[in-house]
Design a protein around this ligand. Structure first.
Ligand SMILES: Nc1ncnc2c1ncn2[C@@H]1O[C@H](COP(=O)(O)OP(=O)(O)O)[C@@H](O)[C@H]1O
Ligand SMILES: [Mg+2]
Length: 304
């Protein structure tokens, strides 16, 4: 399946077919990344659609999505490859049982061959995949450490990884690479420089309403507008953790499940856990504060 990515508008439309709402700037970055074969570096608050866009691109282009979820202590055995030690041991035992003592050279060769290699995401992404080069999502890179970043920089500069026993393995066609960061720390310049960078901000009212109607179309226009206005207003509060778009969608779905037709301070108090995930933030919003924010959110809706 080949998809038409020949213009920014086409890319925007392809994403929109996947219920992903991308503004012009983000669509431009994706268009350029595809046209120039460059990795994309998306940085922004949690829940702003960074991970989701990789899924949308993969589905839209009919490519396999390969995800490397980063965490502290991530190393090459989890990211690139590992030898299947248990199977190697069994093979050695079997060879011993057959009294295959003079054939150790051949045995060594099989033991460090494809049959015993466990391929992890980075190596998989270098392999040809049905439908064309895969989408490689390197998610939450800010959670790893600097040595791993340096390693990634090298792997992404020539789309190649080296396995000492097998030699270098290079992608015939480079994968579409998307790196994301929630910016819990600064990622090194060198890695960013390799990529097309884009800061993913919270959407404005109109765009968030568009996202909500794409993701929760069952919600009435009235409820959707109230929910988005409330969340938008809530983000201007001094919270420990501001709600992302994911929370807006979750909240709307919760309200729908409760057959809520419009917001009220009581409903908000009962469902706050869908948008705020820290007790201090929830405590702040309970009582008077929620009513005040709701009134202000409603006021902002009035002229429309
Ligand atoms: N622009 C968008 N278009 C459609 N859905 C979005 C968009 N931004 C966020 N979402 C929704 O929010 C959810 C969380 O987004 P996610 O990509 O996991 O956030 P992040 O990776 O930035 O933390 C997604 O599953 C999706 O439903
Ligand atoms: Mg994410």
């Amino acid at each position: 399946m080949t998809q038409d990515c020949s213009s920014i508008e086409r890319v925007q439309a392809l994403l929109s077919d996947q219920s992903y709402v991308a503004d012009r700037a983000l669509s431009t970055v994706v268009f350029l990344a595809l046209a120039l074969n460059r990795p994309i570096f998306l940085e922004g608050e949690p829940g702003t659609g960074k991970t989701e866009i990789a899924k949308a691109i993969a589905t839209a282009l009919g490519r396999r999505l390969i995800r490397l979820q980063c965490y502290e202590g991530l190393d090459t055995t989890a990211a690139v490859y590992e030898w299947n030690f248990a199977s190697q041991m069994i093979a050695i035992r079997a060879a011993e049982a057959q009294g295959d003592k003079d054939n150790t050279g051949a045995l060594r060769k099989t033991l460090f061959g494809p049959e015993f290699l466990i391929e992890r995401p980075l190596l998989q992404a270098m392999r040809p995949q049905p439908g064309g080069p895969p989408v490689l999502l390197i998610d939450e890179i800010d959670r790893t450490d600097e040595p791993f970043e340096a390693f990634l920089l090298e792997a992404l500069s020539d789309y190649q990884v080296t396995i000492p026993e097998l030699g270098p393995i290079k992608a015939a066609e480079p994968p579409i690479v998307i790196l994301t960061s929630n910016r819990t720390r600064e990622v090194h310049d060198a890695l960013k420089r390799r990529c097309l960078y884009h800061w993913v901000d919270y959407p404005d009212f109109a765009r968030e309403l568009e996202i909500l109607s794409a993701r929760a179309p069952e919600a009435s226009d009235r409820l959707s507008r109230e929910v988005v206005a409330f969340v938008q207003r809530l983000r201007s509060e001094d919270l420990f953790k501001k709600p992302g778009v994911a929370e807006t969608i979750d909240w709307a779905k919760c309200l729908l499940a409760l057959d809520v037709l419009e917001l009220s301070p009581e409903v908000i108090a009962d469902t706050l856990g869908a948008i705020l995930k820290y007790q201090d933030d929830i405590a702040r919003l309970q009582g008077m504060e929620a009513k005040k924010i709701l009134d202000e959110a409603r006021q902002s809706l009035e002229p429309a």
